[in-house]
Design a protein around this ligand. Structure first.
Ligand code: NAD
Length: 238
């Protein structure tokens, strides 16, 4: 626990959390840009190419190979950061989690108001008839997953690079950030736009950044914590 952070949490009544892949690394899911993140593993293309709309359209089978191997995660559980954020929501202090993550771990921890800017691997739908499928369907299919009803390609409900964000999700996230008195930004390099641009809507009193590496938001922050987010958000004293 970090006393300065706990003080800010105590004095705030409308907290919003804005996070990214670093929130889930302590659950065993690699991020993109840390030294042991996906960028530093060996693939023919960088993740941002393999997770782009044009790559999906032109190299569909290869997309699903990468997707099954790297983005479908088995057995990951919410960590101390997810659990504390869910607890703060139950206490009525935290009003929303805005996440760039696609792993569903905030909801698994018990968070209810979650704006998933980049969608979720847990939802998948047929591009032709719209029939929905769970994550196991994608995981257990071979090659390109096909709809059992119409044969269309089943696409993860994940926002690929070059694709736009869902307007309703974006709108909800902007409203939550605008209304916040404390914005906690954590586990994100703030390198992915338009998601990172949402910070400009914050008008509240205190911005806290919890990230292992420096971020562009550090200079606007009341408090910057360069430490593991699970440790920073843990309510227990060590
Ligand atoms: P990023 O990889 O660009 O940045 C992650 C940041 O988190 C880094 O700056 C790193 O220093 C920091 N970090 C890593 N572990 C941390 C920890 N335990 N405590 C504190 N900080 C930690 O991630 P991004 O900004 O979210 O952007 C990448 C894009 O890829 C996003 O769209 C994201 O949703 C997606 N992605 C999602 C997942 C997931 O759903 N878990 C995983 C990988 C990538």
């Amino acid at each position: 626990m970090v006393p300065q952070l706990e003080e800010l949490i105590r004095d705030s009544s409308n907290i919003v959390f804005f996070g990214g892949a670093g929130v889930s690394t302590e659950s065993g899911i690699p991020d993109f840009r840390s030294v042991d993140g996906l960028y530093h593993q060996k693939f023919d293309y960088p993740p941002e190419v393999m997770l782009s709309h044009s790559f999906f359209m032109s190299h569909t089978e290869e997309f699903f190979r990468f997707y099954r191997e790297k983005l479908i995660v088995h057995g990951a559980k919410p960590n101390a950061a997810h659990l504390r954020l869910a607890a703060l929501e139950r206490e009525g202090k935290l009003k929303a989690v805005v996440t760039q993550n696609i792993d569903g771990l905030h909801q698994a921890a018990g968070s209810r108001c979650v704006y998933e800017l980049h969608g979720s691997t847990l939802r998948n739908f047929c591009m032709k008839c719209g029939k929905s499928y769970d994550i196991d369907f994608i995981d257990q299919s071979q090659g390109i997953p096909r709809c059992t009803e119409c044969g269309g390609i089943v696409k993860p409900d994940v926002v690929l690079y070059e694709e736009g964000l869902d307007p309703a999700t974006l709108d909800g996230a902007v409203r939550a950030i605008q209304a916040a008195d404390l914005l906690i930004v954590g586990g994100t390099s703030l390198a992915v736009y338009p998601a990172a641009g949402l910070l400009q809507y914050f008008r509240g009193r205190n911005l806290v950044v919890i990230n292992k590496q420096p971020t562009p938001a550090d200079r606007m922050a009341s408090l910057v914590l360069n430490m593991p987010i699970g440790r920073a958000l843990s309510a227990d004293s060590e």
